[in-house]
Design a protein around this ligand. Structure first.
Ligand SMILES: Cc1cc2nc3c(=O)[nH]c(=O)nc-3n(C[C@H](O)[C@H](O)[C@H](O)COP(=O)(O)OP(=O)(O)OC[C@H]3O[C@@H](n4cnc5c(N)ncnc54)[C@H](O)[C@@H]3O)c2cc1C
Length: 222
């Protein structure tokens, strides 16, 4: 055990934050927390047609970020075909209103991961990865649903990228006004965003009682 945060890795020439470097972090726990709080990442890669940035579901197991899709996916095939990739995860936490127009900003948590994806070929690991995705989306549901068939698994590609080359940039708190603006009278502060949940909508063909995780979701609805 250590009292000090564990760095994910020393910043590389690609991950060293230069602009407003005080917002940077390279701590493993911070990278994990930002990924774990996300359902979605964006993956940038390039091919003969140019650059692409594709949204896709993501989840984390230990020191890897995972994605999945159909074997036929252009993106997945390209990522395996010598594809250098950059993955971003962004949470927008609020708008920050300052005294001057140009000191307005946003509060956010953002992580970037660079590297190469690898295929999860081992069938047991592929199953564990897909079950971890279900567990992230809806803890407890894996045990209730029909599991994936051999055919479904065979048609699905699971990829992962190591969290070896990562950067975090994040901001929180109120505005930072220039001293010369402090006498300017106007409301200043933060307009936070919260991640809202709507009430669960049962499918028309559903005849089952709502399980605890559905009731809990609805209870958290605004
Ligand atoms: C919330 C969310 C979650 C998703 N989760 C997954 C997932 O887990 N696995 C998965 O395989 N896919 C997922 N997708 C779909 C994903 O964004 C891609 O459409 C899919 O992966 C196919 O990519 P491709 O490059 O092979 O598609 P192609 O059909 O070859 O893409 C061709 C072109 O279509 C356009 N295009 C493709 N996708 C999008 C898009 N999402 N929005 C706008 N234009 C697009 C782009 O111009 C792209 O260059 C998700 C999308 C969203 C929004």
């Amino acid at each position: 055990m250590t009292d000090h945060p564990i760095p994910a890795a020393p910043p590389s020439v690609r991950t060293r934050v230069r602009r407003v470097a005080e917002l940077a972090s390279y701590e493993q726990a911070t990278v994990h927390a930002i990924i774990d709080d996300a359902y979605l990442c964006h993956i940038a890669f390039s091919d003969a047609l140019g650059s692409h940035c594709i949204p896709t579901a993501c989840w984390r197991i230990a020191e890897h970020l995972y994605i999945h899709g159909s074997n036929g996916s252009r993106m997945l095939k390209r990522l395996l075909d010598d594809g250098d990739a950059c993955v971003t995860v962004t949470h927008l936490d609020g708008l920050v209103l300052a005294r001057s127009a140009f000191n307005h900003t946003m509060n956010y948590r953002s992580a970037m991961v660079y590297g190469q994806f690898e295929k999860v070929d081992d069938i047991a690991l592929q199953h564990a990865a897909m079950e971890a995705l279900m567990d992230k989306l809806v803890p407890g549901r894996q045990a209730q649903v029909r599991g994936g068939s051999d055919k479904e698994y065979a048609a699905t590609t699971v990829l992962r990228i190591a969290l070896d080359e990562c950067a975090v940039k994040q901001r929180s708190g109120g505005p930072q006004d220039d001293e010369a603006d402090l006498l300017h009278t106007v409301w200043t502060g933060e307009l936070p965003f919260t991640h809202g949940r709507g009430p669960a909508i049962a499918d028309v063909l559903c005849t089952s009682e709502a399980p605890d995780y559905v009731a809990a979701w609805s209870a958290q609805s605004a």
